[in-house]
Ligand binder design. Structure first.
Ligand code: PLP
Ligand code: COI
Length: 374
């Protein structure tokens, strides 16, 4: 049994039955040279089952392989499906670390509660990550923008067409090497304000990382694309006025410049996903001497702030893409405008580099955010 370095508590034991037909060294090297995002699985996966009678059981690492389910399985119809996303980084000394994995474990448990699913204990969540990353450590690429993306997910697997919380769950963890999430690199994205579709409403599932939230976002994302925009930006469901988040990322607004630069990120109202990158940046900004706070920003604030120059930069943040500048805004009801001539700003790049430096070990981990796996 392994012991978590963060808590001293024993992690959940994972039985090891690794793949005997993993990718060849040559094939893996080819993939790691240009991994893209989420295109190639590593050799193995972890899974565990929960039943009402037995709780969590049969946690095991085995070859990555297709899953089979009865056609009447709960999650296929009623969507009891949640997921997480985090990364493992290869440091210069050869060690492999993850960033704040217990935050993901806590959010995963909160998502499970909201969807009336069995919670995965953090010992099982982290034990699975440690087992898979150790086994597939050759899949963790080298290089500042590269990592092994980890995807834990949980499915309601009871068979039957009655609408009720499942009495059986399957927890899975897969991994996939990742390069830059946006293939064009760090270039400002254009965004479409979604006046007609909402992502999440008060009392809904906006703060849970459930599969259905992403399905519900795709039509608005497609609408953004038809208007020539890269991403959709969500507004609050009631007034359609307050900025919430961008696609799968949280947003930050930079007011002022230089020594007077001040960051504002939309406050968590229950309909935003509480991003771990977002939360970390509040702290990173403060340690760089940049004031950072949660607040409310309306569409009018955004447009007028860009016109007056008060808003100097806007960026989105999340695990997959780290930080991405927002350069242009378009909408059906509020017109179109640019943020500082659609150029990437200095605060955006400073924060991006500072966070990446912590994650990849180029700078000391003063906040104790890294979890060493091997
Ligand atoms: N918002 C949404 C809707 C997301 O899917 C994500 C990604 O997980 C984020 C924000 C950013 O969260 P994090 O920084 O924890 O990756
Ligand atoms: C993020 O990490 O920012 C994401 O939204 C992940 C995405 C692939 C769901």
């Amino acid at each position: 049994m392994t012991t978590s370095t963060e808590t001293g508590t024993a992690l959940w034991p994972i039985a090891l039955n690794p793949s005997d037909h993993g990718a060849s060294d040559a094939r893996r090297a080819e993939i790691l040279a240009d991994p893209g995002f989420g295109r190639y699985p590593s050799d193995n996966m972890v899974r565990a089952t929960w039943t009402t009678d037995g709780g969590w059981q049969n946690a095991r690492l085995e070859a990555y392989a297709p899953l089979t389910f009865d056609p009447a399985t709960n999650f296929l119809h009623y969507g009891q499906a949640i997921f997480e996303g985090l990364k493992a980084y290869r440091h210069a000394d050869g060690s492999i670390k993850t960033f704040r994995p217990l935050k993901n474990a806590a959010r995963f448990a909160a998502s499970a509660r909201r969807l009336a699913m069995a919670e995965v204990p953090w010992e099982l969540f982290l034990g699975s990550i440690e087992a898979l990353v150790r086994q597939d450590r050759a899949w963790v690429p080298e290089g500042q923008e590269k990592s092994l993306y980890l995807r834990p997910f949980l499915l309601g697997t009871e068979v039957g067409l009655g609408v009720r919380p499942s009495n059986e769950y399957e927890f899975l963890l897969i991994a996939s090497p990742a390069g830059a999430y946006f293939p064009r690199g760090v270039k400002p994205v254009s965004v479409w304000l979604s006046d007609d579709y909402v992502r999440a409403a008060p009392g809904g599932t906006g703060e849970a990382k459930c599969a259905g939230n992403y399905a519900a976002s795709l039509l608005a994302q497609a609408e953004a694309a038809t208007h020539g925009c890269d991403q959709v930006v969500w507004l609050d469901a009631i007034e359609r006025r307050w900025i919430e988040e961008m696609g799968g990322m949280n947003l930050y607004f930079v007011f002022g410049t230089g020594d007077s630069a001040r960051l504002v990120t939309p406050r968590l109202t229950g309909s935003l996903l509480p991003g771990i990158t977002r939360e970390s940046l509040l702290t990173v900004a403060e340690s760089l001497g940049i004031r950072a706070e949660e607040g409310q920003i309306s569409v009018d604030d955004w447009r007028e702030g860009c016109a007056s120059g008060e808003i100097s930069e806007v960026f989105a943040c999340g695990t997959a893409a780290v930080i991405t500048p927002v350069g242009e805004v378009k909408s059906r009801t509020s017109g179109a405008w640019q943020v500082s001539g659609a150029r990437t700003g200095p605060v955006t790049m400073q924060l991006r580099q500072a966070l990446l430096d912590i994650q990849t070990g180029a700078e000391p981990d003063e906040h104790g955010w890294l979890h060493t796996i091997c």
